[in-house]
Design a binder for this molecule. Structure first.
Ligand code: SF4
Length: 160
């Protein structure tokens, strides 16, 4: 870098890509918040990455991981020109590409609409079918505590 006589801010500006780790994102319009594990910012675009500790599917990525990355892409668009793809890094150096196309965006927007409807509903939804998801969910203790759920529900006039 000293060969190019670049220091301080000029050096920072010349570096590419810039790496943003654990990058917090949110969108009031989309009702979404999250933390992107890694964003690589190039002059003309940003590429989101998500790191997953679980095993990868035999091909592609798990659908919830695809939607998560698509959601990050959508939120990042408020601030960056976002690439038409991102990556999920599974354990064992297993990098999988996710292409952001209109079908994926439409699926994501459907999910967001569904979640908003659920939030407006007066009935607490049942537990998910795949209980393995509950085992690693941050809300597990509250969600399976009947006394807590009944109290929280009655405070909000929800049917538990
Ligand atoms: S524990 Fe988590 S994943 Fe399971 S039903 Fe409750 S909120 Fe859903």
């Amino acid at each position: 870098m000293s060969d190019n006589n670049l220091f301080g801010k000029a050096l920072w500006n010349a570096l590419e890509p810039k790496i943003l780790s654990e990058h917090k994102v949110s969108s009031v319009k989309l009702c979404l918040v999250g933390v992107v594990d890694r964003v690589e910012v190039y002059n003309d675009k940003a590429i989101p990455f998500e790191i997953k500790s679980g095993r990868a599917p035999s091909e592609g990525v798990w659908s919830n991981h695809k939607l998560q990355l698509a959601a990050y892409s959508l939120i990042l668009r408020d601030k960056f020109e976002v690439s038409n793809h991102g990556y999920i890094d599974y354990i064992g150096n297993n990098r999988r590409k996710v292409v952001f196309n209109e079908f994926l965006e439409s699926e994501l927007r459907d999910k967001i609409r569904g979640a908003k409807t659920l939030l407006k509903s007066i009935r607490v939804p049942p537990h998910v079918e795949n209980k393995r998801k509950c085992d690693v969910c941050n809300l597990h203790d509250m969600c399976y505590d009947k006394v807590f759920m009944k109290k929280a529900g009655s405070e909000k006039n929800l049917k538990v």
